[in-house]
Design a protein around this ligand. Structure first.
Ligand code: PLP
Length: 430
């Protein structure tokens, strides 16, 4: 497989763009090869600038539940563009979109649209702080909530209570209010609340950890978060930027049966457009400007084109529950196929799956938190990534990303992927 044009573009790109990319993971730095540049994509397939075609399991990192360039979603977008791309005024479609989200998430009452998942989590925390008049927040090791200052904290040895920033440029004064707990560890949360509970505004959590590979939250863990938030009058925020409308149409609400106070959304609600949203109970959302004193705004928030595509995506998912069944079946087939391959090859690696999110960890299980995940054999994963790419299967260029399945992935795609998985694993263990 040749990547001549991608390589040439990369050389040019690094002159003008830091690392040649507008988001670090696209650089393929973690797998040590030059990145591929995308040209077009349709259904489950993506084509690079050298005209290599791949079965795509990145799927734009999650927004494309129905696959790439779905005509059902984009039908009519030309007329929308012709009637104006942004108005700076309220529009009808924003009301329709908000209603659609509230109907899918009966635990919440109101929606504020923003432009990314990062904005959604950053704003939700400001609102939770404004509502509770408290400063501290709790996040979990290995959970990613975008790149705002206070959330760029993953912690590490010796920094369990007060967060240490993961990135230079983040002031220590800001992250001192970010308390970091171990994922799936109830005792750790108890400890932090015993020390600081009266000043904790919010717990923010990925109900399925999707940024340390796939690490599902345990049922009792998610239930405990609800319990302790009730006890301390802390706001429980589910960051469902990945899982929202993916686990099911009712997202984590149905999957865990636990009601959060606020939810952060992104990805699927924009169908590939730059969209996020934070949503919550009315009494909390009433602190948001212009009703209340907590300021948050956006020139392009609720952009009509983004609302149009996102709304079509959600309507199709709402009206076709069989999509979720089919997706789960596809993901189950992939999971079982990979597990069979591991058995045949006598490899004791681990497959974690939640709905249509799948992850092969290059380590023995169980993988239940960040510490488990980072023990994976990253060199082996990187070699595996290259083998899969050469066979025309594009997976995340990092051990710590999910495989995103879409409804457009056919049974043949899954079967071919399982075959490539076998061959690639065999190749790197010879
Ligand atoms: N929250 C979660 C769970 C995410 O996975 C991401 C991004 O992948 C974000 C927030 C940030 O979203 P965005 O990249 O749209 O800013």
């Amino acid at each position: 497989m040749k990547h001549t044009k991608s390589e040439a573009l990369y050389k040019e790109a690094v002159k003008y763009i830091p690392g040649g990319v507008n988001s670090p993971v696209r650089s393929f730095n973690s797998v040590g090869i030059s990145p591929i540049f995308a040209k077009k994509a349709h259904g489950s397939r993506i084509t690079d600038v050298d005209d290599n075609e791949y079965i795509d399991y990145i799927c734009s990192w999650g927004p494309l539940m129905l696959g790439h360039s779905n005509e059902e979603i984009s039908k009519g977008i030309g007329e929308m563009i012709a009637s104006g791309t942004s108005f700076g005024l309220a529009t009808e479609i924003e009301v329709e979109m908000a209603k659609l989200i509230v109907d899918a998430y009966p635990a919440i009452d109101q929606v504020r649209m923003v432009n990314s998942g990062t904005e959604a989590t950053m704003s939700a925390l400001r609102v939770a702080r404004g509502f509770t008049k408290r400063n501290k927040i709790v996040k979990f090791e290995g959970c990613y909530h975008g790149h705002s200052d206070g959330l760029l904290v993953k912690s590490g040895s010796g920094t369990i209570t007060f967060g240490v920033q993961t990135s230079p440029g983040v002031p220590t004064d800001i992250v001192k209010n970010t308390l970091v707990c171990k994922y799936n560890d109830i005792e750790d949360i108890k400890r932090v609340f015993e020390e600081d509970g009266e000043d904790i505004a919010a717990i923010i959590v990925e109900t399925i950890g999707g940024n340390m590979g796939i690490v599902p939250g345990k049922q009792e863990f998610i239930e405990f978060l609800r319990k302790i938030c009730d006890e301390y009058k802390t706001v429980l925020i589910f960051d469902e930027v990945i899982t929202g409308f993916r686990l099911s149409y009712n997202s984590s609400l149905e999957y865990f049966g636990v009601k959060p106070d606020m939810v952060c959304l992104g990805k699927i609600i924009g169908a590939g457009m730059p969209v996020g949203a934070y949503v919550g109970k009315k009494e909390i959302m009433e602190v948001v400007s212009p009703v209340g004193p907590v300021y948050q705004a956006g020139t392009l928030s609720g952009n009509p084109l983004a609302m149009y595509l996102g709304k079509r995506n959600l309507e199709i998912l709402r009206d076709n529950p069989q999509i979720y069944e089919a997706l789960n079946e596809k993901a189950d087939k992939l999971e079982q196929g990979i597990k069979n391959n591991l058995k045949k090859l006598n490899l004791n690696y681990t497959v974690n799956r939640a709905g249509s999110l799948v992850c092969l960890f290059f380590k023995e299980g169980p993988v239940e938190n960040y510490d488990d995940a980072i023990e994976s054999n990253v060199e082996k994963y990187n070699a595996y990534f290259k083998e899969m790419l050469d066979r025309g299967v594009l997976i995340g260029p990092s051990q710590f990303e999910a495989m995103f399945l879409s409804y457009a992935h056919s049974d043949e795609d899954i079967e071919y992927t399982i075959t490539c998985n076998y061959e690639s694993l065999r190749a790197i263990h010879n």
